[in-house]
Design a protein around this ligand. Structure first.
Ligand code: ATP
Length: 236
């Protein structure tokens, strides 16, 4: 059974429909990337999956539907989102941002251990723990956003364009950390990314979105090797 199974997903804004019946799956522990041009509907997909906007179709996670749940209930089921543009709570300290990520948990000692753990993985968070998140650099805020999302101990981490606006060196560090998290904890990743080369290096499977529809899907190696896909869709 797939960890995430999405069938006929539709969503939009007001009268404007953006997703036109999207099917996708993520297996337990898998890394899947959604590629597509600006406006293809990648962010809308992430928002629909986490109930930030309403959707049609069905979304099943870990054997039970997510449809009808609110965003907090979805986090409680084991799905956590790193939103586009970081989305940290800028007036809260780094430490309080991490605590907010664990808001649904009651295991105080384990929460503390997880904070220590992510501060080890992202040492800058330890160095800046008392500082307001809004005063961090873009790269530091992105790391905080990832760490905060992990504080709920998700089975599936959704990341919406984690590389956006970051220096190449920071991006490669971040992607390598995401790979470690996937390997070491078995956290499945569903990643939206414009940087195809980077994303295909991390993912095992790919969906290519065009105007709210999946126009191609397959394993990442095949995508990388396919000249016509590279030229037509990936800009490589
Ligand atoms: P990008 O890489 O630029 O973020 P994307 O693939 O994530 O692109 P979406 O952000 O999902 O694309 O946008 C898909 C479509 O929905 C676009 O045509 C966009 O203009 C429209 N859209 C996005 N957000 C809103 C909104 N809040 N209200 C109305 N339309 C929106």
């Amino acid at each position: 059974m797939s960890l995430l199974e999405v069938t006929g997903l539709t969503a939009g804004y007001g009268q404007a429909r953006v997703l036109h019946g999207l099917d996708l799956t993520v297996e337990p522990g898998e890394v899947v990337v959604v590629l597509g041009a600006n406006g293809a509907g990648k962010t809308t997909t992430m928002r629909a999956l986490t109930a930030l906007i309403p959707h049609g179709g069905t979304v099943t996670f870990d054997g039970a539907p997510l449809d009808g749940l609110n965003p907090a209930q979805i986090v409680g089921r084991g799905v956590s989102l790193v939103p586009q543009g970081r989305g940290t709570f800028s007036h809260l300290s780094v430490l309080d941002n991490l605590r907010v990520g664990a808001a649904l948990r009651r295991d105080t000692a384990e929460i503390k251990a997880d904070i220590d753990r992510w501060c080890e993985v992202f040492p800058i968070l330890a160095a800046r723990s008392g500082q307001e998140a809004g005063t961090l650099s873009g790269g530091e805020q992105q790391m905080l956003a990832v760490a905060r999302a992990l504080m709920s101990r998700p089975k599936l981490l959704l990341c919406d364009e984690p590389s956006l606006g970051l220096a190449p060196k920071i991006v490669s560090e971040l992607f390598s950390t995401l790979g470690d998290i996937n390997r070491e904890q078995g956290t499945a990743l569903l990643l939206v990314e414009q940087n195809a080369e980077l994303a295909l290096g991390l993912a095992s499977r790919v969906y290519l979105l065009e105007v709210g529809r999946v126009v191609a899907s397959g394993d990442a190696e095949g995508f990388r090797a396919d000249e016509s896909i590279r030229r037509a869709y990936l800009g490589l």
